[in-house]
Design a protein around this ligand. Structure first.
Ligand SMILES: Nc1ncnc2c1ncn2[C@@H]1O[C@H](COP(=O)(O)OP(=O)(O)O)[C@@H](O)[C@H]1O
Ligand code: SF4
Ligand SMILES: [Mg+2]
Length: 319
């Protein structure tokens, strides 16, 4: 199957005034297949948002390639990308920040339809009503303003706007992190449903592994600007291959009754930053399994199981 998205050796660096460089995304290869829901997880600051924005070309690449449906996004100009925008949309963490407070919801939702020439006037308004119903709201809400909705409802509006143009790729960056726990699961269920119904590819960025289980079929784990593991969801939970993945899981999963000990947590004393990336395996300063080789040789991302890849010299599983 031809991938919908292919990122090759993508780097996004931010130079700071002091002459230092933030290596936010530092050589990422990532493939997204059509109709696939992929979770992107990792600690805060590991580069998830930067990668998500770079993927949609909302940020310039320092180097590397991004192919979307066979087209070289990295080489296209802004005006050449514009017609592709309807096929790749984003849902943000804070929908309020991207909703104009003085615009009625009907206009918020008709706008993308008009911009991309999909519908106009009354017809666009009617489609906006159907979109609202599709995300669990009502067409009666078309005349209301963003502040008249709850946080969860506003995120439903954010999702409605993102799917208005029937995109093939939806990138959702922590869409539920700001919401009450009770609301989160509803939004996750909605995303899952829409993804199946519309055959969308979703990149779901989160630091919540439980959310990934609800929405995704595959998980990609990032550490300090790099992908360290990729696996089908269930496989990742049962047989993580990277020591960092294992530590992430240990920190969120309930210990089994047979395990008296509390889950291991990662050492936090010497946490490197994207400005000072350790040589060799960048996880070696925190890895309980690090050997001499890890300090000098960077492990490439390699297959380790059925559909599983890991960047580690000494994976926790071998097949
Ligand atoms: N515009 C920017 N200028 C400088 N540094 C940035 C910028 N945006 C992000 N960063 C840095 O890049 C790294 C990755 O950030 P980000 O992609 O937001 O991570 P995440 O979404 O995983 O929390 C962090 O160290 C962050 O401080
Ligand atoms: S390569 Fe070495 S330091 Fe890196 S995760 Fe694997 S064992 Fe740990
Ligand atoms: Mg982020």
């Amino acid at each position: 199957m031809q991938p919908l998205v292919e990122m090759r050796a993508v780097r996004v660096y931010f130079p700071l005034q002091r002459g230092e460089i933030v290596r936010a995304v530092d050589g990422v290869d990532l493939v997204l297949h059509p109709s696939e829901a992929v979770g992107l997880v990792g600690e805060s600051g590991c580069g998830k948002s930067t990668l998500a924005r770079a993927l949609l070309r909302l940020l310039p690449l320092t180097s590397g390639e991004i192919w979307f449906d066979g087209q070289p996004l990295h080489r296209l100009s802004e005006s050449e990308i514009r017609p592709l925008r309807r096929q790749m949309q984003m849902v943000f963490q804070d929908p309020m920040a991207s909703l104009n407070p003085r615009m009625r919801i009907g206009h918020v939702l008709s706008e993308p339809l008009e911009v991309h020439g999909l519908a106009r006037g009354r017809q666009a308004w009617q489609r906006a009503g159907r979109l609202l119903e599709r995300v669990g709201l009502s067409a009666d809400h078309l005349h209301r303003y963003p502040h008249e909705f709850s946080g969860g409802q506003r995120q439903r509006i954010g999702i409605a706007r993102a799917i208005a143009t029937q995109p093939r790729l939806l990138v959702a960056d922590e869409p539920t992190s700001a919401l009450d726990v009770s609301i989160r699961a509803q939004i996750h269920a909605l995303l899952r449903e829409l993804q199946r119904e519309m055959n969308m590819t979703i990149l779901f960025v989160t630091h919540d592994l439980h959310a990934v289980r609800q929405v995704c079929s595959r998980v990609v784990v990032m550490y300090l600007g790099k992908v360290v593991e990729s696996a089908p969801v269930d496989q990742l939970f049962t047989t993580p291959a990277h020591p960092y993945t294992r530590a992430l899981l240990d920190s969120v999963l309930e210990p089994k009754p047979s395990q008296a000990r509390r889950p291991r947590s990662l050492p936090t004393g010497d946490v490197p930053t994207a400005i000072r990336v350790p040589p060799g395996c960048r996880f070696h300063t925190r890895c309980p399994y690090a050997q001499e080789r890890c300090r000098v040789e960077e492990p490439p991302l390699q297959p380790v199981g059925e559909g599983q890849q890991v960047a580690c010299h000494y994976p926790l599983i071998s097949h």
